[in-house]
Design a protein around this ligand. Sequence first.
Ligand code: GUN
Length: 302
Amino acid sequence: MSAKLIKGTEIREQILEEITSEVAEIKEKHGVVPGLVTILVGENPASISYVTLKIKTAHRVGFKEIQDTQSETISEEDLLALIDKYNKDESINGILVQLPLPKHVDDKKVLNAIDPDKDVDGFHPVNVGRLMIGGDEVKFPPCTPAGIQEMIVRAGVETKGAEVVVVGRSNIVGKPIANMMLQKGPGANATVTIVHTGTKDLAAHCQRADILIVAAGVPDLVKPEWIKPGACVIDVGVNRVGEKISEKTGKKIAILKGDVDFDAAKEIAGSITPVPGGVGPMTITMLMLNTLKSLKFKLGIA
Ligand code: GUN
């Protein structure tokens, strides 16, 4: 059997189209568009490329977008004052501070300074708490887990009563996606197990999974014999395992591998996400959706 591919690149296009038309509608009815500011500190090349893509996508869907780039040497105090400025700015609905931050800045302090109602990353403790409570309390689910859930739903995979096994317990992916999948409601209502480096028999747990979500950061960790035939496999891993010359641009690019042995797994799984082109494109897409939601909450139309 060859698994159905769940392509993040295709789902991204559908969602961005949906966002674009909703933004146009809100603009016509209410005379406003969502505003997103990304704050970039320093010149980390990976951060520059993520932020550039976030801003480009925000522009594409019709948002007001601001890229606020600050020097590596900005003081914590000045960074907090900058966040305060955007907290008070009525035209801004989403504030994102790109991580990592320089060592002299306390990133917890910075993230906690963002108004929870503009925290479109969903990293503020208030939003982590809202996610834990679930239901109507949830405002901004963190973007990667939200993207994973959206992919599962759009792929038509049944989640109610499903055995979901999450590999990895990070605050950004493992813990929130496990929490989201166990809530009551559509796209969830599953029985969830989290496995991690302290788990005794990883394979045995994975073999029970109707939906296997892997966010471990270890290339090819999940072997084909760990996969239940017909399971939905979501691979969140993006591991750089080398470099190659791009056929398109002639430039050096990273060779990426997921946490799942894809070539073997696709013969057993019912559906599977590729790497690259799977979960990756969903994160920025969900950031756009959270920013749109933020404006809708403000307008009372969410
Ligand atoms: N750095 C890498 N990924 C992310 C993300 O999703 N949000 C922020 N704020 N920083 C990041």
